[in-house]
Ligand binder design. Sequence first.
Ligand SMILES: Nc1ncnc2c1ncn2[C@@H]1O[C@H](COP(=O)(O)OP(=O)(O)OP(=O)(O)O)[C@@H](O)[C@H]1O
Length: 249
Amino acid sequence: MSEPVLATFGLCKRFGALAATDDVSIDLKPGEIHAIIGPNGAGKSTLIAQICGGLRPDAGRIKLLGRDVSELSTQVRAQAGLGRTFQISALAMEDTVLENAVLGALGASSRPWRFWQPVLNDSALKETAMSALERVGLAEDAEKRTADLSHGQRRQLEVAVALTLSPKAFVMDEPMAGLGAEGSKQMTGFLDTLRAEAPILLVEHDMDAVFALADRISVLVYGRVIATGSVDDIRQSDEVRAAYLGESA
Ligand SMILES: Nc1ncnc2c1ncn2[C@@H]1O[C@H](COP(=O)(O)OP(=O)(O)OP(=O)(O)O)[C@@H](O)[C@H]1O
């Protein structure tokens, strides 16, 4: 069986008396999309923040490609291959599409920040950024102001920014949010192709997308993983239906 690209071991995070994540051990295997679902407040964002380095776990470890990254900063984890997209856009709206992508590529660059040279004159960074924009179908919009993109295009740009880091694993927080039916369908198709590049840990409320994409689903309820399995396993689980799916049925 193939080694996981990303794995958590017993992650815990408490906010006062509340266990936002409680002994969460999940993994992400090469080529797969592993979806994390759960009701509002289940701990999904807390889990992602711990994996990506924004929140320090009270207990537990995180490994990326077998390397313990638990003590590393968000930026170093990104440079080590953790590609992240956010629930709320982290793009600079007044900058162009290309500038946003170049800034992403700069995060991956191991060269020191050459502030005497305008970033956009760095042809290597620009090339990396343009090739990421091409991958997501935004090359023709490179000179547009990011604020002038549609919501769906901004989501694609976020993926392009993550792509500039040549990620070994993606962690995506609700990439379908606000996209509408057609946009979700397009993004679903895109993520389906992206898994060949790097596996995706996908937090998503859009169950059509989750059921279409996920190789495995883990269900988080009150900070605990109550089930992990295939789409069929999860759909047929009485425990999951009672705890989660039943809510919206
Ligand atoms: N900084 C914080 N301080 C206190 N409580 C917090 C903090 N962050 C999250 N929580 C609480 O921890 C629990 C888990 O929150 P989290 O945002 O991780 O859930 P979620 O599954 O991502 O929810 P949603 O689907 O609504 O995004 C919630 O009860 C939330 O109120």
